[in-house]
Design a protein around this ligand. Sequence first.
Ligand SMILES: *Cc1c(COP(=O)(O)O)cnc(C)c1O
Length: 498
Amino acid sequence: MSGHEGRCVEPEDLRPMSKVTYFSGETFPLEMHKVRIIQKLTLLPVEERLRAIDEAGYNTFLLQNADVFLDMLTDSGVNAMSDRQQAAMLQADDAYAGSATFTRLHDKLREVFGKKYFLPAHQGRAAEHILSVAFVKPGMVVPMNYHFTTMKQHITALGGQVVELIPPEGVAVTSDNPFKGNVDLAHVERLIAEHGPENIAFFRMEAGTNLIGGQPFSLANLRAVSHLCRKEGVRLVLDASLLADNLHFIKNREPECADWSIAQIAAAMADCADIIYFSARKLGFGRGGGIVIDDDALYRDLRAWVPMYEGFLTYGGMSVREMEAITIGLDETLDEDMINQGPVFIAHFVNEMERRGIPVITPPGGLGAHVDAARFLDHVDQRQYPSGALAAAVYLASGVRGMERGTMSEQREPDGTEPLSHMELLRLALPRRVFTLSQVNYAVDRIHWLHANRRIVGGLRWTEEPEILRFFYGRLAPIGDWQHALVAKFREDFGPSL
Ligand SMILES: *Cc1c(COP(=O)(O)O)cnc(C)c1O
């Protein structure tokens, strides 16, 4: 066994309700909600997009949102709220201590996860901060399926070491493994034996594994990890930020769970973990986060950090309005129709690109579609940032803003050498319940056009390279003059169309 449990169902065999078969026999996503509040968008002409990306130093993080047509930068804090969430926000109970709003959220978390205590935090990384200061000591290891940026920084800043346990297949770009977020169980056993449970701060499993493309793990794999951890006395921490997508994939890809309700799957996952933390910027369609636990002693230990870093125990840095929205959002997370929309749209996005020969990460995950920039721009040297160049080119071709996830996102070594990322990706996130199918189809079409003209696109070089987090604030320039050639080709092919 090496992390392949549950591989029986082809990813295409999805059975969600938010997908229908047309008279023609083809199957298409179908929104199981209607839009009742809208925001007007602008699609600038391609010449204006060139001006905007040039002003932004060819870095999509520096674009003004007003210049963006479809913002696919992230799914964090930008998911659409429902009418029920908006209504609940009006009834929030403003109190520093003992707010009824907190009690409602706490009750909902107890119902979903079956654990007694809730420690609120202002967002996911704040929960990571508290868990890290509580458990990580210099020299300790923290095994996990795959790292997340902020958690890794907290652990390493405290002198701990992150060990990743997904098999190489988890980071392979194309695969038919429905659970690329699974860990290699033999590796888990070896690791615990090698370091000893006392040197393991905790074991972390990340649902909907973000950095490998929103890929899920199976319930069988989580249960096996939990069994090993309990046998050895290692704490198991579940990062449930991207839980909604993982719930959907377990129901649709793991035969044992096909007839379970989403609530039953969530409860079974929660039973495996000693500690659950989450970013409510993703889970629950709101903004906030926190930690859920059952153990009395653990609760008393962790509780002390909340007022110190976050705020009093009944708000933890969150606004009461957001807490009300999260309570309802968690309820909606248990509704299959509500959580299907993200993964079903992403599968459509990925499959339509794949059908047109555009290189993408497969099988489709949660979070968004991931384009393989290394293959898309295989003529661009990795030191000239193919993912960054592709992000800028996709904006030029479509007004769609994605995020570079490649070498630009790495940090230079102290001696100035530049580590090359092992994947060069352009992430196109799909915030939940935000975009319509015609908007996704538009993005596919323009990326298709760009792919047909990919040889025009060249690399980028830094004009301003900050020492830390260079991908956020750095500015770049095209190598050569490819941006003007691309705009000219766009006009030639599309005439006056935007
Ligand atoms: C976003 C995210 C976090 C951090 O949450 P924030 O609310 O952005 O601080 C942690 N883990 C995962 C898997 C995430 O996707």
